[in-house]
Design a protein around this ligand. Structure first.
Ligand code: G3I
Length: 394
């Protein structure tokens, strides 16, 4: 064997070894964050001081997720409960936890009508805060918060839930910010965030904007909003679709994929930012066992299968759209979910049950990520492989 042939043989042995290692790594990976990394998709969760402070819960957060979103700790109500007095404890802890565990952070959220401090809303309604003072306060709030975490936030939800639940939809006419400061405040919020951290990806975040309502009403309003922001040269980089689903309503995965792709075609990154799938549960049973309906307490054996299917559907939509950079669940355990507190009689919305056992919803995401990484191999035959007829191929 001449030198060139020997080199080629050695290279092919090395290539086979590399392939074997890669295949082994593929089949050995089982955490969501590792499986996501293999298809360049960050898998995230919302976290809060309770979940980060609990040994078992924080272990799951560290093991399974590569992006964290503070569930409440970066909201204005929490960071500035009284005017001029700041509380960064929860936000700092989350950012530090993320740094220690090789995770990125989605900042949530800067301009939203909800969870505003009383001093601000009462000041406006009582007439002690004028429109120009309110504008200055928002500018200062964004500069302070984004500036504090400059270089540490991957994506910021700059503006949250601005669009009306109506068909056709539009900017909520009574939105706190727009009704007090006019629609131009939306582009300004993005400009102020960009000035405070030019590297962060700046997102518009909302629910039902990727076809979840079946009508595409809010999606169309979101597209119109984004186009107007782009026409105003606002520095918007991404759209977050929250992905809060409920089994009593529909879910159209094809529509979600098309809608995410349409956002991408506007030149934006997209993300699923708050995924969960809730259903009716037995209210006297702390295990959040699903039932058929509030009036029919028969245990629903199909609920977890349906919820798993919808979780998989959302993840697949994100995987199909190249511009989708992260898939985040809004909490991961039924024991620490926002759902029962907000939707009475509903729950069972998460990947883990109340005893922190992974549910089929978790396994469904795992298998979908594994498939996303492994499936292309099916089309690439190598020497010694057998084709689909079972014969050695040429
Ligand atoms: O911290 C206080 C506590 O001191 C008080 O004793 C208790 C009494 O109710 O309330 C606690 O505050 C609660 C807070 O969560 C922290 O737990 C608020 O009442 C409660 O309203 C708040 O709910 C949050 C909700 O946003 C508010 O709109 C949920 O945790 C949070 O998961 C949820 O997250 C939103 C996203 O930001 C935007 N998209 C929708 C999503 C779900 O609603």
């Amino acid at each position: 064997m001449n030198f060139r042939l020997m080199a080629a043989a050695a290279a092919s042995v090395l290539a086979l070894a590399a392939t074997a290692n890669a295949d082994e790594a593929l089949t050995n990976a089982s955490t969501l964050r590792a499986l996501g990394a293999q298809v360049r998709l960050r898998i995230g969760t919302a976290a809060n001081p309770t979940t980060l402070g609990d040994a078992a819960l924080s272990q799951i957060i560290a093991d399974q997720f590569s992006v964290l979103t503070p569930e409440n700790d970066m909201k204005w109500q929490v960071v500035e409960p009284t005017q001029g007095n700041f509380n960064w404890t929860g936000a700092d802890n989350l950012v530090n936890f993320a740094e220690q565990h090789g995770q990125l952070v989605r900042g949530h959220t800067l301009m939203w009508h909800n969870q505003l401090p009383n001093w601000l809303t009462q000041g406006v309604s009582g007439g002690t805060i004028s429109a120009s003072q309110l504008r200055d306060l928002l500018r200062q709030h964004i500069a302070t918060e984004v500036g504090r975490y400059r270089g540490k936030i991957w994506q910021w939800d700059v503006v949250n839930e601005l669009l009306a639940d109506a068909n056709p939809s539009q900017i909520r006419p009574n939105d706190f910010w727009v009704s007090n400061l006019g629609p131009g405040i939306v582009a300004d919020a993005f400009r102020w965030a960009h000035a405070a951290d030019p590297e962060a990806l700046l997102c518009y975040n909302d629910y039902n904007i990727a076809g979840e309502d079946g009508s595409n009403a809010k999606h169309n309003a979101a597209v119109a909003l984004i186009k107007s922001l782009q026409a105003e040269k606002a520095p918007i980089d991404c759209v977050g679709d929250q992905g809060h689903l409920d089994l009593q309503f529909g879910f159209n995965q094809i529509l979600m994929t098309q809608d995410l792709q349409e956002f991408a075609s506007l030149g934006l990154k997209v993300a699923i930012t708050e995924a969960d799938v809730r259903t009716f549960v037995e209210t006297t049973d702390t295990n959040q066992s699903p039932v058929v309906s509030p009036t029919d307490p028969t245990p629903s054996h199909t609920a977890d299968a349906a919820a798993t299917d919808w979780y998989i559907g959302m993840l697949q939509s994100c995987l199909i759209v190249k511009a989708c950079i992260s898939f985040t669940v809004w909490g991961f355990a039924d024991s620490h979910s926002w759902v029962p507190g907000t939707f009475k009689g509903e729950g069972d919305a998460d990947l883990y049950d109340v005893n922190l056992n992974p549910k089929p919803q978790f396994t469904g995401l795992q298998q979908t990520l594994l498939l996303a990484r492994g499936a292309p191999n099916r089309g690439r035959l190598r020497d010694g492989d057998r084709d689909h007829d079972g014969d050695d191929h040429d």
